[in-house]
Structures are given as C-alpha cells and as structure tokens.
Design a protein around this ligand. Structure first.
Ligand SMILES: NC(=O)C1=CN([C@@H]2O[C@H](COP(=O)(O)OP(=O)(O)OC[C@H]3O[C@@H](n4cnc5c(N)ncnc54)[C@H](O)[C@@H]3O)[C@@H](O)[C@H]2O)C=CC1
Ligand SMILES: O=C(O)/C=C/C=C(\O)C(=O)O
Length: 481
C-alpha cells in the first residue's frame, strides 16, 4: 500500500513516532494509502533543517533562486498526468479539472514567482538635498505554509513559491485529507536542485502537526488557507509570539445579476461558479441574486444546465461533478440542505446524496442543489456551506441587492453581471469583497492582490503582496552632504 513520508532536510523520512493515518479515496470510500501522523518532534526536525539551510539559500542571488523555481514549474508540467491522477484520487475532483486547472496552476505558481524573484524591487524616498532613504527587504527566515484540501497542490504551491522566491526557507503542511500531490512534489523538488532543507513538508493533522508548527518559536510567519474558525484559532496562537500572519479564509460570495447582462454568459458562468470542484472553492458564488424582470428566464435556463451536470466517477471524461472530500464533509453539507428546508426554502434541484454503481459505490457524491425562497439573513444564506448548494433570490433595486450582498460576516469575492459600466464600477467600489469580478468568474492574474475582507481573512496573497509578506522591511537613511 502507498505510504507517504515526510520530506525533511532533503530526505523522505518516516514520522518520528511511526504513526500513520489512513488515506481515503473520496470517490470510492476505500483506503488507498497511509499518511504520516506527525507531531512536534517532526516539526522540530523540519524547522532545524530549514534553519540550517537558510543562510545559503538567502545568500543566493534572487535570479538563481528563481531559476530553480522555474525548473520546478517545468517538472510539474512534465508530470502533469500522474499529478492530476493523484489529485483526483486524493480529493475526488474530476480528473479533467485536475488536469486543466489544479496542476497547471501549481506549475504557474512556481513559474510566476520564480520569474518575479528577479523583478522584485524596493523603494527609495529622497528628501531633496537632505537625505535618501531606501528600503531593504530581508527574507523573514523560516516560515510555515498551511494549506487546505479543496485545491491541494494549487494552494500549497501558491504559498510556498513566493516564500522561497524571496529567500525564506519553508516548513509546509498540506491537509491530512489530501497530502498525495505534496508528497509527489518532494521528489520533484530534489530534481529541481533545491538545496536540502529549503523546503520541508510535514504531513499530519491540524491539531497535532499544524498546531506544533504554529506554536514553534522558530517560525516567523504563517501563511494559512482554510476555514474561518481554524484561522481564528491560529491567530490566537500566533499573536502572542508576534508572528506575521496571512489568513485566507471562507466566503459566502454573492453573484449580482442585472437585467442588462449577457444572460447566456451569466447563466453558464454562474453554473460553473456554483458547482466547480463540487462547490468547494472559497470563491464559489453561493448566493445568486437576480433582478426580478429576468428572474424566471434566468432560473429556467440555470436549472436546465444544472440538470445536465453529470455526477459520476471522477476518472470519467464525461463527469462534471466528482465526490466531496470526505464523508464528514458530505454530512455537513447534507445538514445544510435539511436546514434549508427547515428555513422555508423551496428545493428547485438536487438535494440528495448520489449512490453510484460499481467502483464508486462507497463514494461521497451529492447532487448539485438549488433552493429559492430563502431570506437573505437565514443561516443558509449566511454560513459557508462549501459544497454544491446555492440559493436563488430575486431583487428589485441596486440598493437592496447591495445591502444583501454585503450583509454577511464574509467578504471574499463577488461577481457582477451587467453591461452598464458605470453601475459596474459604482457597485464594485461599494461591495465588501476583496475580489470583484465583472462579467466573469475565477479569472485570475497572479499579479493581483488576492484575499478577503471581514471574516474572509487578513492580508493579501499574490504578486508583490505575497513577496512583501515574506520579507521584513528595513529603512536605511543616508544623510546627504
Ligand atoms: N479556503 C477556504 O475557504 C476553505 C474553507 N474551508 C472551510 O472550513 C471548514 C472546515 O474544513 P477543514 O478541513 O476542517 O479545514 P481547516 O481549516 O481545519 O484545514 C485547513 C488546514 O489547516 C490545518 N489545521 C487545522 N487545525 C489547525 C491548527 N490548529 N493549527 C494549524 N493548522 C491547522 C489542517 O490540517 C489543514 O491543513 C470546511 O467545511 C469549509 O467550510 C475548508 C477548506 C478551505
Ligand atoms: O488563488 C486562486 O486562484 C484561488 C484560491 C482559492 C482558494 O484560496 C480557496 O478555495 O481556498
């Protein structure tokens, strides 16, 4: 049986306590491997390896660090198929999605930040004739990157790449539910010529390995993506040690669909933003507000396209909807479906667990689910479900829909559908969302600031924001004359 290992000091090593957790395939419910159940001893070894590697890594010219990261991007591209298969097996997502989105984006993350390393510049502030101040950005040192299960390699690399690019050494922990591609990355890291200890990967649970990592005094910064409750817990642990924090948390994202939109595009893209990756992307639009004059037309076409989504074996090319990540997560989403009924929602589509025949008989499948008739302030419209469940609500005025869109504790992303440019800008600036898409969704440019307002997070990832996050700014003031 497949047995994953930690990657510490350039070596694949078993966990110190020799304890393992089962690794389940969500599409079948079957165990297909074991993942280390690491603890504080493994974290200690990883931090020590990172500290030992730090002086040489930070001293390398940025272009040279960048070259190694670009090489790693190339190796990921060369291994697209095995990585995509591993991601699909581990997470339950359609193989097609892993092949076209997750793994290519993991390669882009390294290529982008590898290249960015050589373009990263600092500021100078000249006080005419008096002094010149210039900023030096020192790598923070050893940092922790903790990532979730929904986009495993995509988000794991999104954090690691900028940290390595600026000269930090990393101890990274992927989700214990989806560690397979991070393990495969260990092998590619060696081939890319990253020196031993520059990137260390410790597998295990949040409460044991994750907590030990967050608490470790040698860790100078934590970049975390995951649930809001976990983010709050990490912040409470890290704050007394004055660790720098980047928290990318949950969302309850609105789609605002105006009557003057391109309806066909709005429907097609809203189906994707509702159900891509089984609705398990923090950016998925789960509250769909439609201007009343086109509500029925939108609903009819939306439901027709939802009915055409195939829930099936993630390995099949025809599958649109794979399995949810775990039985526990499926049960959580099913409880929200019950709650939607209790809160007075009318079920328009789905609502049931799917039992597939054959290989996938034990898998965690759910129909794409649509409700209408729920008030904007009910729990289903307020809490992050993180699954294939969306609500439709008609609106009458811009002010009304803006209040509803902003009326949650979250503020990650929002999608506007309108041909009126004035309205698009007016509303975009008033939306409490770190990312606003107009007439598109999940259109990513890796240079842009990425992150959420309110309970959706602290700080921004992407481009210069990420490079700056992993550095300590120092001002040097030189008196002139
Ligand atoms: N980006 C997002 O928006 C995500 C949101 N979620 C939401 O969070 C809910 C809970 O999902 P979980 O799998 O429990 O996500 P989680 O937020 O607990 O897990 C994310 C990562 O944090 C680690 N972790 C957990 N506790 C930790 C701790 N005390 N210290 C350090 N690391 C820790 C986990 O091992 C994993 O690597 C989901 O139902 C979903 O609503 C989950 C994943 C991603
Ligand atoms: O950076 C992106 O393109 C997407 C990020 C998605 C998440 O952070 C998430 O789903 O948790």
């Amino acid at each position: 049986m497949l047995q994953l290992q930690n990657f510490i000091g350039g070596q694949l090593v078993p966990p110190a306590a020799d304890r393992y957790l089962p690794l389940l395939e969500p599409a079948t419910g079957q165990v297909f491997g074991q993942v280390p159940d690491s603890d504080a001893a493994d974290v200690e070894a990883a931090v020590q390896a990172a500290e030992a590697a730090l002086p040489a890594w930070r001293a390398l010219p940025a272009e040279e660090r960048g070259r190694r990261l670009v090489r790693l991007a190339g190796l990921i591209e060369e291994n697209l198929e095995p990585l995509a298969r591993a991601e699909s097996q581990d997470n339950g997502k359609p193989l097609r999605l892993a092949r076209t989105l997750d793994i290519p984006r993991a390669a882009s993350n390294f290529a982008f930040f590898g290249t960015a390393a050589g373009h990263f510049a600092t500021e100078a502030h000249v006080q005419d004739g008096v002094a010149v101040n210039y900023t030096v950005r020192h790598p923070l040192g050893v940092v922790a990157c903790i990532s979730p299960w929904n986009l495993p390699l995509y988000l794991f690399t999104w954090k690691i790449a900028p940290a390595l690019a600026v000269g930090c050494c990393v101890v990274a922990k992927p989700s214990e539910l989806t560690p397979y591609t991070a393990f495969l990355l260990s092998e590619l890291v060696q081939q890319a010529g990253l020196p031993a200890g520059v990137l260390n990967i410790v597998h295990g649970t949040g409460p044991r390995a994750g907590q030990a990592l967050v608490e470790h005094p040698g860790i100078r910064a934590i970049s975390f993506t995951g649930g809001t409750a976990t983010g709050a817990h990490i912040a409470r642990t890290a704050a007394p040690q004055f660790k720098k924090l980047s928290l990318e948390l949950g969302g309850k994202n609105p789609n605002l669909i105006f009557a003057d939109c391109d309806l066909a595009d709005a429907v097609r893209t809203s189906v994707r933003s509702s159900f891509a990756n089984q609705g398990q992307i923090c950016l998925c639009g789960s509250r769909i507000f439609v201007e009343r004059s086109i509500y029925e037309a939108f609903k009819t076409e939306f439901l027709a396209q939802v009915a055409a989504l195939t829930v099936g074996d993630p390995l099949e090319e025809a599958t649109h909807q794979g399995a949810l990540v775990s039985e526990a997560h499926l049960q959580k989403v099913l409880r929200y479906i019950e709650l939607a009924h209790e809160e007075g929602g009318r079920l328009l589509a789905g609502g049931q667990r799917v039992y597939l025949p054959g290989r996938c008989a034990g898998g965690y499948f759910l129909q794409p689910t649509v409700f209408e008739g729920l008030s904007p302030d009910c729990r289903v419209n307020q809490e992050e479900i993180f699954g294939p469940v969306v609500t439709l609500t008609p609106f009458d005025t811009e002010a009304e829909v803006l209040a509803w869109a902003n009326g949650t504790d979250y503020g990650l992303s929002a999608t506007l559908w309108t041909r009126d440019l004035h309205r698009a800008h007016r509303l975009a600036h008033q939306l409490h969302a770190g990312v606003v898409w107009v007439n598109t969704w999940l259109h990513r440019d890796l240079r842009t600031p990425f992150g959420g307002m309110k309970n959706s997070g602290v700080g921004r990832e992407g481009g210069l924001e990420a490079l700056r996050f992993f550095t300590e700014a120092q001002n040097v003031c030189l008196k002139l004359g």
